[in-house]
Design a protein around this ligand. Structure first.
Ligand code: HEC
Length: 343
């Protein structure tokens, strides 16, 4: 048995980066506050996957699809050997492992692309909003979430397959993905020339970067933070167009906050999710944490007009069954602003 170089450095780096990014993506997937980080991490995965696919054409021998994409006959032959407990040795990916690798690459590509479209769509008021109906955007988001839920199972199957193959082949395959070396009966077959691999690496990196830059242009721009009093002023001016004597009132805002309405047979008010006290965190009926509403406690509140508008839109509809008027929004904002520091 000889110690043979199998996995080149780009393949190993790609492989090492993915689990880290995927864990970070799951950690940032639930809380809307992390969505811009979630998107950045997703773009990093997209860039890596695009570069890896390019490397699958230009890279070193075992990085290439031509080295491991199996024919149906080859797959069957390998599977038979596997079932007998004597899998035919493969220096690179074995045919079953190769299928899993390709399935995971395809899943990652689809997950990141549907994620980009979701974030660029109407839910986040991204630049694709004019072209995407809410229904289509929702279906795309469901593909994103469905595949993302499938991914851990694919990874589990991949890990199980690698461990089983390690046992059958009597070598530490996870370690080989770290060091790049495996034990093999035969000497390593020749590699493409160094300059070919060098050009290939540059091409793969450029394609990955190009993919990242292309999708980054599709994402919503981070709104420049404005002062809550600017938002209050905007609503006040809007309300004065209808009633020149209008002045925002925190007391009226508080009444709006606390008044119960009945929707779908159930009592609901702003208090339902935002709690009795706008200075403490609440919870939606679905169990999602809602940060405190008062800017004195959460300085991000009422600093992003698009976000404030989005939530007024959703929540007024849910509680009042109709949009809030500009006067109501001004009163409500005045109420939130009047709530002093943490209780
Ligand atoms: C079903 C739960 C729920 C109810 C009821 C609810 N809200 Fe909200 N509200 C939320 C959630 C969730 C957020 C945003 C979560 C976050 O940013 O932490 C939010 C955020 C807001 C914001 C965004 C403030 C900002 O600029 O960051 C405003 C304004 C708001 N709500 C107004 C209201 C008003 C007015 C009512 C009552 C008419 C109300 N909400 C009732 C769940 C609710």
């Amino acid at each position: 048995m000889e110690r043979t170089k199998v996995w080149d450095l780009p393949v190993r780096l790609f492989h090492a980066a993915l689990p880290v990014l995927i864990v970070a993506l799951f950690l940032t997937s639930e809380d809307e506050d992390f969505v811009s980080w979630h998107a950045r991490l997703g773009i990093a995965v997209l860039a890596l996957v695009v570069a890896r696919i390019a490397w699958g054409f230009f890279g070193s021998r075992h990085a290439r699809f031509s080295d491991f994409v199996p024919s149906p006959a080859g797959l069957l032959h390998y599977a038979r050997g596997y079932l007998r407990g004597e899998p035919e040795p493969h220096l690179g990916h074995n045919p079953i492992g190769a299928l899993m690798v390709m399935a995971m690459l395809a899943a990652l590509l689809l997950i990141t692309l549907t994620g980009v479209v979701t974030y660029a769509g109407p839910e986040w008021e991204g630049p694709l909003s004019p072209w995407l109906s809410a229904g289509v955007a929702d279906s795309i988001k469901e593909v994103h979430e469905g595949l993302a839920e499938l991914l851990p199972w694919m990874i589990a199957a991949h890990v199980a397959g690698v461990l089983l193959s390690s046992k059958l082949e009597r070598q530490n395959l996870p370690l080989s993905m770290v060091t790049g070396y495996k034990h093999a009966a035969a000497a390593a077959p020749p590699e493409p020339a160094v300059w070919v691999r060098g050009v290939g690496l540059v091409a793969a990196a450029l394609l990955g970067i190009a993919a990242a830059l292309a999708v980054a242009t599709l994402l919503p721009r981070d709104a420049k933070a404005i002062d809550p009093t600017t938002i209050l002023g905007g609503y006040t001016n809007e309300a004065r167009a209808a009633d020149p004597a209008f002045a925002p009132s925190a007391a009226r805002g508080e009444t709006l906050y606390r008044t119960e309405h009945v929707q779908d047979g159930k009592p609901v008010s702003c208090v339902t999710c935002h709690t009795d006290d706008p200075r403490i965190a609440g919870r939606t009926p679905a169990g999602k944490v809602v940060d405190p509403l008062a800017p004195s406690v959460d300085p991000k509140r009422f600093t992003d007009l698009a976000k404030t508008e989005k939530w007024f839109g959703r929540n007024c509809k849910q509680v009042l069954g109709r949009p809030c008027t500009a006067a109501e929004k001004a009163d409500f904002t005045a109420f939130a602003l009047a709530a002093g520091g943490a209780r």
